[in-house]
Design a binder for this molecule. Structure first.
Ligand SMILES: Cc1ncc(COP(=O)(O)O)c(C=O)c1O
Length: 421
């Protein structure tokens, strides 16, 4: 029996209304930017499998590192014990993270990295004897699906049934070219009228919101104001991290460093679920005490999994390797060229690029997971291009290793969609 048929019997898929959804497509093989289904059809992975496999699927360098690690040390718990891949990864990350990041806490996925970051910020104040209980977050942000992360997220399509159970959050608009005074005024009101513990944000690009951008200057001003008021700043780089916005981290384009950073997804090049919450010495030191309870009593069984650390180390070796940098630059130029060519198309409201990210908003009203959006998704898949429109926003975030003709095929297919949309 076909995979997609067997799947339907017992599997409950994420982000899926099973009453109306098409059967899931059975994928049997992946290499580079390509996926193959069980019928032998080929697809270009235009969004690097939720922006994880940035060096291409089954990258030989990463596969070799993980295989080698598997033979030496598979797994060991991380409380009271340590191991070479984790220590080495912490050392390597120090070379590329903003200089104030000094400590690495390991988790196992993006949401748990955010959850740990929020808890660190809340306990930072608690340990100092202050009761600060409110988060500040951007409108339409996305930070994950566990309760703390979901509270910080502002997308109703994910949160609606749980609204009554969330942490206290005040939302501010993202800073654009013309609204910084208004944003800073709202921030001022939030800071003065409530006890704000932390400001959490996706730096420069809000992924799930539809690859929406905001200004580095505005974000810098917000961080500065928050830090002045003792509000811990948490940069969620789970989507933006590891080169996607043109720099190693989006925060590299800021003047003010965040106090805490969350890393996931491309950290392990999609090879293994592992995430990191890094923090400044000041945050770490606030947990030091003769009182045991002031420590951070938070753990996940698979923290610092050696296989994930080995994948991350191999990925870091590639991140700034000459051929990857060349590819990143090539994709950036190709996106800009494509954007300039299509920007005046009557079906397009806006097209924007940053690093290897290209997003275009269609002039068509679409629900985030509605039937028109689903038809567009199917249109791309039928032509061998795996893109997942976010409502009426189509975005491209290809693996750095994508071949020129593969990227061209994605552009051609988007143009074909525009012709009939
Ligand atoms: C910015 C951001 N934060 C957090 C998450 C949650 O990560 P995960 O799905 O690994 O839990 C995501 C996932 O898309 C994300 O884009």
């Amino acid at each position: 029996m076909k995979l997609s048929k067997r799947d339907q019997k017992h599997i409950w898929h994420p982000l899926t209304q099973h009453q109306t959804a098409q059967p899931a497509l059975g994928i049997v093989k992946a290499k580079g930017a390509l996926l193959w289904d069980e019928a032998g059809n080929e697809y270009i992975d235009g969004i690097a499998s939720w922006y994880t496999t940035m060096y291409g699927h089954c990258n030989e360098h990463i596969v070799a590192a993980v295989s080698q690690q598997m033979k030496e040390l598979d797994f060991v718990m991380f409380s009271g014990l340590t191991h070479e891949p984790a220590v080495q990864l912490s050392e390597q990350l120090m070379n590329i993270l903003p200089e104030n990041q000094q400590k690495i806490f390991f988790n196992d996925n993006g949401s748990t990295a955010v959850e740990a970051g929020i808890k660190m910020a809340l306990q930072f104040h608690h340990n100092a004897g202050a009761k600060r209980d409110t988060l500040i977050a951007f409108e339409n942000g996305f930070h994950g699906d566990t309760f703390g992360a979901m509270s910080a997220s502002g997308l109703a399509s994910y949160n609606a049934p749980f609204e009554d159970f969330l942490l206290k959050v005040i939302r501010i608009p993202t800073p654009q070219e013309n609204n910084l005074d208004e944003v800073l005024q709202k921030l001022e009101t939030a800071i003065t009228s409530t006890s704000c513990a932390a400001f959490i944000f996706e730096p420069l690009v809000q992924g799930a919101a539809g690859m929406k951008f905001h200004t580095a200057e505005g974000l810098d001003a917000i961080i500065k104001k928050c830090q002045k008021a003792g509000v811990i700043c948490i940069a969620d780089e789970i989507m933006t991290g590891f080169g996607k916005t043109g720099t190693n981290f989006a925060c590299d384009q800021l003047q003010n460093n965040p106090d805490i950073m969350c890393l996931g997804k491309a950290l392990t090049a999609g090879m293994f679920p592992l995430s990191i919450t890094s923090c400044s010495q000041k945050v770490f030191d606030s947990f030091l005490s003769d009182e045991v309870s002031k420590g951070f009593f938070h753990a996940h069984t698979f923290s610092a999994h050696p296989l994930g650390c080995a994948a991350a180390l191999a990925g870091l070796e590639l991140l700034n390797a000459a051929e990857i940098v060349e590819q990143r630059n090539y994709i950036e130029r190709a996106h800009q060229h494509f954007a300039a060519r299509i920007k005046n198309h009557k079906k397009i409201k806006e097209v924007r690029c940053k690093g290897v990210i290209l997003a275009l908003d269609l002039n068509v009203e679409m629900e985030r997971y509605g039937s028109v959006r689903d038809a567009l998704y199917q249109f791309f898949m039928e032509r061998g291009v795996a893109l997942r429109p976010l409502g009426s926003t189509v975005y491209l975030l290809p693996p750095y290793s994508i071949a020129k003709k593969e990227l061209q095929k994605i552009y051609d297919t988007v143009e074909e969609a525009l012709a009939i949309a």
